[in-house]
Design a protein around this ligand. Structure first.
Ligand code: CP
Ligand code: NVA
Length: 308
């Protein structure tokens, strides 16, 4: 995987995704016995370009890179010449002269593709309007950790057919997990993503269904997953979205349809009282959101170690 871009899980085989997970578990096991530090990326530098805010992605990448012996540069889009019209291609070409990898969080996925085409160093997607592959890789790790397997499980994703949903569908369909996505009409995942996922599902034997019924999606689910109704960059649609997503809250009534030992997941940040009720997200019996967030660190380490 050395030198490859990490823009979407769609670009990686089942075996490669398994490799990322197993390297992440290796790093987690080392952490648990107090071995946080490595020298595998000694002297390497990762530039992190952020066009949007971030807590988890920024901090986990920064800590991961430093603990692997490398350096990081946090680059806010607004303080780069990008904000004054320099192209992403020219930025990528110049950064490649100084650093060994770029992680970028952008609005348009096409910006990442342009960046990756121009840069001679690997580019990692830290979230775009279309995908959030590092999140989905961490989520697969967490599901594996909690359920001891990832095949023959059912994930229910409730809410917006957004970047997190797209990457989770890709990850699930590559790895042989069943996934049922419930969205209000008009908020389904994009058709090109669904077509791609259907192809992966044929190969892996996983079942992918789309519905507008949260109850149908959650029925017998092992994993109940939700994300915000208003993603970064959609603030102007907030009022309409809050109206349209009514009835799609993950709450105690809805999770009654899931398996008794279901786990609740959320990529965070969360809005209690909107996409999820406080008694579900803060229920220590089922909600595993803190472990899910923690695993981002080991997944970032694995991606960085394998790619850079
Ligand atoms: N889940 C996630 O990517 O969180 P941040 O936006 O805080 O990075
Ligand atoms: N769908 C959310 C995910 C945040 C991690 C967003 O794009 O804002």
């Amino acid at each position: 995987m050395r030198g490859r871009d990490f823009l979407s899980l769609a670009d990686f085989s089942k075996e490669e995704i398994q490799k990322v997970l197993s390297v992440a578990f290796h790093f987690k096991r080392r952490h648990l016995v107090g071995n946080k530090y490595d020298t595998i990326l000694f002297g390497k530098t990762l530039a992190m370009i952020f066009e949007k805010p971030s807590t988890r992605t920024r901090v986990s990448f920064e800590v991961a890179m430093k603990q692997l012996g490398g350096f990081v540069l946090y680059l806010n889009w607004q303080t780069l010449q990008l904000s004054r019209g320099e192209t992403i291609q020219d930025t990528g070409r110049v950064l490649s002269k100084y650093i060994d990898g770029i992680m970028a969080r952008v609005y348009r996925h096409s910006s990442l593709i342009e960046l990756a085409e121009a840069a001679s160093v690997p580019v990692i997607n830290g979230l775009s309007n279309l995908f959030h592959p590092c999140q989905a890789a961490g989520d697969l790790m967490t599901i594996y950790e909690k359920k001891n397997r990832i095949t023959r499980l059912k994930i229910a994703f409730i809410g917006d057919g957004n970047n997190v949903c797209n990457s989770l569908m890709i990850g699930a369909s590559k790895m042989g997990l069943n996934i049922s996505v419930a969205t209000p009409p008009g908020y389904e995942p994009r058709s090109e993503v669904v077509e791609m996922v259907d192809k992966f599902a044929v190969k892996s034997g996983s079942k992918v269904t789309l519905t507008d019924s949260p109850q149908e999606a959650v029925r017998n689910a092992d994993v109940v997953y939700t994300d915000v109704w208003v993603s970064m960059g959609q603030e102007e649609e907030e009022e309409k979205r809050l109206r349209d997503f009514r009835g799609f809250q993950v709450n105690k009534e809805l999770v009654k349809y899931a398996k008794k030992d279901f786990i609740f997941m959320h990529c965070l940040p969360a809005h209690r009282g909107l996409e999820v009720s406080p008694d579900v997200i803060d229920d220590p019996l089922h909600s595993i959101i803190w472990d899910q967030a923690e695993n981002r660190l080991y997944i970032q380490k694995a991606i960085l170690a394998l790619i850079i």
